[in-house]
Design a protein around this ligand. Structure first.
Ligand SMILES: NC(=O)c1ccc[n+]([C@@H]2O[C@H](COP(=O)([O-])OP(=O)(O)OC[C@H]3O[C@@H](n4cnc5c(N)ncnc54)[C@H](O)[C@@H]3O)[C@@H](O)[C@H]2O)c1
Ligand SMILES: O=C(O)C[C@H](O)C(=O)O
Length: 339
């Protein structure tokens, strides 16, 4: 059973007066996949979506027909590549969520997915730049540290890049951090708000436990940090060759999409989510994308929150993350800008 999305009073008000002008067209690209299906189910419950547009290279007509029987108010359409399917899926979109791409198997890093997923994301981004250049693009496909710069470069080439509208979805890292800390501290998850910064792979995932308001032993900090950084591997190992996190990712992807809808469609203020966006914290080191808490507004990124105070251990984590991030980001950029 999937949890219903959290609806704020603002979203409920928008629902009660729902018209097409205060609800959005949202596309999910890769909608028939392990993440795509449960994510689409969760999004079907949003009163802030008027049209849920599902695209995949296979099986979306069936997924769309199934979801379309749910008696929430959004229309659902399914699209495959034939007959201009991608164009129809994207035209008029306000938000595009991209979980299209292959997942890891045991023994692989996220970077090992680059060879397959870079071209999938490039081609989908090219279509977005053409058919919905003003849409907010939410990238789930791994390696996020490289696929987000790929989308940026494609949009730059098409002269439609707006850094306020491009997001790497790193929500799963804070969802995990909250759950893992709540288990150790025996507190409700809503009281375990953990800031996670950096990127979305291994050592680039940097939890700032010192900012949580809780005290941890040195041993707890090391164990928790490792578990948050490598939480994805736990799932990949347990799934034993059949994929990576899908259900928790769908939950996290829906949380981020719903937050963006609340900020962009319902006009809610002070909506803050962690996300991997263009930012200049480490521009001097050649790192122009970085995940931090970001306030979302009508046009996407409203305000990038500062990293805040970190302790010596966390500074060491940041120092390890930055060069790795630089390599991942440059790899994505080079893929688009190669001769
Ligand atoms: N950002 C994160 O936190 C996070 C978390 C979990 C997984 N992921 C990543 O999300 C991606 C998807 O994972 P999954 O488990 O859903 O995989 P999956 O294989 O179950 O689903 C991927 C879907 O993408 C579709 N697809 C492939 N090429 C496509 C194209 N050109 N256009 C449209 N659709 C296409 C496939 O047909 C498939 O239905 C992976 O890259 C995975 O690593 C990211
Ligand atoms: O671990 C993976 O490959 C998928 C995802 O990035 C995750 O964090 O679960």
């Amino acid at each position: 059973m999937f949890a219903a999305p959290r609806l704020s009073a603002v979203a409920k008000r928008a629902f009660s007066t729902s018209t097409s002008s205060n609800a959005a067209k949202v596309a999910v690209l890769g909608a028939a996949g392990g993440i795509g299906q449960p994510l689409s189910l969760l999004l079907k419950q949003s009163p802030l979506i008027s049209h849920l547009s599902l695209y995949d290279i296979v099986n979306t007509p069936g997924v769309a027909a199934d979801l379309s029987h749910i008696n929430s108010n959004s229309k659902v359409t399914g699209h495959v590549p034939e007959n201009n399917g991608l164009k129809d899926a994207l035209t008029g979109c306000d938000i595009v969520v991209i979980p299209a791409g292959v997942p890891r198997k045991p023994g692989m890093t996220r970077d090992d997915l680059f060879n397959t997923n870079a071209s999938i994301v490039r081609d989908l981004a090219t279509a977005c730049a053409e058919h919905c250049p003003k849409a907010h693009i939410l990238v789930i496909a791994n390696p996020v540290n490289s696929t987000v710069p790929i989308v940026a470069e494609v949009f730059k080439k098409a002269k439609v890049y707006d850094p306020k509208r491009l997001f790497g979805v790193t929500t799963l890292d804070v969802v995990r951090a909250s759950r893992f800390v709540s288990e150790i501290k025996k507190i409700p998850t809503e009281d375990a708000k953990i800031t996670v910064i950096g990127g979305h792979s291994g050592v680039t995932i940097v939890p700032l436990l010192s900012q949580s308001g809780y005290k941890f032993t040195e041993e707890e900090v090391k164990a928790l940090t490792h578990r948050i950084q490598f939480g994805g591997d736990e799932v990949v190992k347990a799934k034993n060759g059949t994929g990576s996190a899908t259900l928790s990712m769908a939950f996290a992807g829906a949380r981020f999409t719903n937050s963006l809808l609340e900020a962009t469609v319902a006009g809610k203020k002070n909506v803050v989510e962690p996300t991997f966006v263009q930012s200049d914290f480490f521009a001097k080191e050649g790192v122009d994308f970085f995940a931090t808490n970001v306030e979302l507004g009508a046009n996407g990124v409203e305000k990038i929150h500062p990293i805040g105070q970190v302790n010596q251990y966390e500074q060491g984590l940041i120092d390890a993350a930055v060069p790795e991030l630089k390599g991942n980001i440059n790899k994505g950029k080079a893929f688009i800008n190669k001769a």
